[in-house]
Design a protein around this ligand. Structure first.
Ligand code: PEP
Length: 249
């Protein structure tokens, strides 16, 4: 089964209007050779979305959305607003949202449904804590998360899953290649059991301290269909260095 990879950048709360220059370098680096092999996405802070969406050759998305269309939710943005600003993806359930704002699997599933309602793709993030990994609970934890965070109507067109071990995010630490392969195999099995043949096409990204120096090993693993990149997506050279690994595949 060939699945078209996605290399996605999560800028978190970094960047300003002047970052348009760096973003433009990323977009310019997404050349015909890369476009033939992969999709690329940048999720900047929401206030930059409309500006970044002026560049048409690369996808942009938001880092979060509310599940409602509109209403008295001070500080939030809806998936419809993301779509209106030109976003075509939204990250939901990033561990920084789950941990910092108490988002549950049910909240994440509601946000994924909101994304589809607005006609955009949900990137559903899951991942275990260090304590859970050390207790040998990783597979059970991520399997439960993927089951509860993905609504029944999930499919390979409307949903991407990003496996991000919490302890690997922003720390420079990554699981071993064998560990990543084991988790992705378990996630694939769970998706296939639930969604049948389409479950083998849902993109499974790895995220957590991906950088140009480790991208080739991680992205070559079975059932790894791309990366969700935080810190290294802020610099065009690094982000493109990760994506360009696919030119050799
Ligand atoms: C992330 O924020 O999703 C992430 C993977 O961050 P980093 O690449 O910096 O570990």
């Amino acid at each position: 089964m060939t699945v078209r990879p996605l290399v996605a950048g999560n800028w978190k709360m970094n960047g300003a209007l002047e970052s348009f220059e760096e973003f433009s370098k990323i977009a310019a680096g997404y050349d015909a050779a890369l476009a033939e092999k992969i999709d690329m996405l940048v999720c900047p802070p929401a206030v930059l979305l409309a500006k970044f969406a002026e560049v048409k050759n690369i996808a942009v998305g938001a880092q979060n959305c509310h599940s409602a269309v509109s209403g008295a939710f001070t500080g939030d943005i809806s998936a419809e607003m993301v779509a209106d600003a030109g976003g075509t993806y939204v990250l939901v359930g990033h561990s920084e949202r789950r941990e910092g704002y108490g988002e549950t699997d049910a909240d994440v599933a509601a946000k994924a449904e909101a994304a589809w309602r607005a006609g955009i793709i949900a990137v559903v993030c899951i991942g275990e804590s260090l304590e859970q990994r050390e207790a040998g609970e990783t597979i059970a934890v991520v399997t439960e998360q993927v089951t509860k965070s993905l609504p029944d109507a999930s499919n390979s067109e409307n949903t991407v899953v990003a496996y991000e071990p919490i302890w690997a995010i922003g720390t420079g630490k990554t699981p071993t290649a064998d560990d990543v392969a084991e988790v992705h195999a378990a996630l694939r099995k769970s998706l296939e059991e639930r969604f049948g043949e389409d479950g083998s096409k849902i993109r499974l990204l790895y995220g957590g301290s991906v950088k140009p120096s480790n991208a080739a090993e991680l992205l070559a693993l079975p059932n790894v269909n791309g990366a969700l990149v935080g810190g290294a997506s802020l610099k065009a050279a690094d982000f493109l260095g990760i994506a360009e690994v696919y030119k050799n595949f």
